[in-house]
Design a protein around this ligand. Structure first.
Ligand code: CA
Length: 219
């Protein structure tokens, strides 16, 4: 899953980026509303963490402008603790949830997981496809309830596929959602990761759709 963090406080932006990367997300960052708005308009993020008070374009204007353009990426707002007016305005503008500052990063992670699950139509941390399951909270994969050790890149790939199971996913889409902007994007690496996932999971759940991409499906 690929997440955009828009936060002008450099230390906070950096620490969020670090925690979310450790949690297995691909992260892009922006430090003002203008750049953040632009990135969210052109890149296919799975969710955005958006500060309300931003230079150049405030958070509320960013989210309103996206919603006006029918960009419906899930947005988690960061608000000042006591500003109930910000929270109300943010929800009204189209934010999906908020966390008040100062926060524990675990709360941001939990709300982000919930947001991602809801946006993909899943109700719990555990997502299944046949005998495969992943736990989006612990970033672990299981076959027949047996833990399978995956690298963080393999898990990201599998997580994206199982959140979009039964759909054909192109290599470009996978690259867009599992790598951040600065990563050396090479579609050959996707083939290598898929090959390794198939071997490690020892299943035929990941199908190759010739010329189109891949599909994770039990049938
Ligand atoms: Ca701010």
């Amino acid at each position: 899953m690929r997440i955009l963090i828009i936060e002008d406080d450099e230390d906070l932006n950096k620490s969020l980026c670090q925690s979310l990367t450790e949690a297995g997300y691909a992260i892009d960052t922006a430090f003002d509303g203008e750049n953040g708005f632009y990135l969210g308009s052109v890149e296919p993020y799975d969710a955005v963490i958006l500060d309300i008070g931003l230079p150049k374009k405030d958070g509320l204007s960013v989210i309103k402008a996206w919603r006006d353009q029918a960009i419906d990426v899930p947005v988690l707002m960061l608000t000042a603790r006591d500003s109930w007016a910000d929270k109300v305005a943010g929800i009204d503008a189209g934010a999906d949830d908020y966390v008040a500052k100062p926060f524990h990063v675990e709360e941001v992670l939990a709300r982000l997981r919930a947001l991602l699950r809801r946006s993909k139509g899943h109700a719990s941390n555990l997502i299944h496809c046949s005998n495969l399951s992943i736990d989006s909270k612990t970033s672990k994969a299981y076959i027949d309830n047996e833990y399978v050790k995956l690298t963080s890149h393999e898990f990201r790939l599998l997580s994206y596929m199982i959140h979009h199971q039964d759909k054909v996913i192109s290599k470009t889409e996978l690259i867009d959602h599992i790598y951040d902007q600065d990563y050396d994007r090479d579609s050959n690496t996707i083939e290598v990761f898929v090959g390794r996932l198939r071997r490690k999971l020892n299943t035929n759940l990941i199908k190759t759709e010739r010329g189109l991409g891949y599909r994770l499906s039990s049938n």
